[in-house]
Design a protein around this ligand. Structure first.
Ligand SMILES: C[S@@+](CC[C@H](N)C(=O)[O-])C[C@H]1O[C@@H](n2cnc3c(N)ncnc32)[C@H](O)[C@@H]1O
Length: 204
């Protein structure tokens, strides 16, 4: 990992995603039981879990981000056991059907082989378990989508692999998830290329 990826990008990532936190905090109230958070980054979501959660396992491939997450955790307003592990969502080091909820927030834009990661999430969730997601995605408006495709190669380089033109809604469906609740909307407070959001809960 480079100095940019370890030190500079995490700072801008926290700043750029601050707008989404209130909504993510509300959504995470649906998490329960044993929770796996993938791509936890600097731990921005770790303080949001309710007392219906018995344990959180947070994985993240960038060790420098997890160090920040460890610091963030000290100020968490709960005493839920949280373990932080360096791991890749494409090869989860966990047993089949071992989690009640899996959380993916602003991460499916970045994982290099999203199909592999979603299959892994499906594998580790118990039958009936919840995938809780908040993701920015490709626009359904052709005029915006064209620009997302044009800007994507540059954006991907600047934002450490983040892509702005992924169809994550279809990805989850094709992996076998069934949507229990989904909000598919344009966020009014972010630039239009990043504004299309899907947020909700899908069941395994
Ligand atoms: C935009 S950040 C979001 C971080 C965090 N979920 C949040 O809400 O602030 C995307 C995260 O996905 C992580 N990521 C990238 N590739 C990954 C992979 N293969 N498996 C798990 N996480 C990955 C990145 O390291 C980064 O922390």
């Amino acid at each position: 990992m480079s100095f940019y990826e370890d030190r500079i990008f995490p700072f801008f990532m926290e700043l750029a995603t601050r707008t989404f936190r209130r909504e993510i905090a509300d959504l995470l109230q649906t998490a329960d039981g044993r929770v796996l958070e993938i791509g936890a980054g600097t731990g921005a979501n770790l303080s949001y879990y309710s007392d219906r959660v018995t344990e959180v396992v947070a994985i993240e491939p960038v060790a420098a981000m997890l160090e920040k997450a460890r610091t963030a955790l000290r100020h968490a307003p709960h005493d839920i056991p949280v373990s932080l592990q360096v791991a890749d969502a494409r090869k989860l080091p966990f047993a089949d059907a071992s989690f009640d909820s899996v959380v993916a927030c602003l991460v499916f834009c970045t994982i290099p082989d999203p199909e592999q990661a979603v299959a892994e999430m499906y594998r580790v969730l118990k039958p009936g378990g919840k995938l809780i997601f908040y993701e920015h995605v490709a626009s359904s408006r052709p005029g915006v989508r064209v620009w997302q495709h044009r800007i994507n190669p540059v954006w991907r380089k600047l934002a450490c692999g983040c892509e702005i033109n992924r169809d994550t809604r279809t990805l989850f469906e094709q992996a076998g998830f069934h949507y229990r609740q989904i909000k598919d909307f344009e966020h009014p407070k972010v630039p239009s290329l990043m504004a299309p959001i899907i947020a909700g809960v899908a069941l395994r």
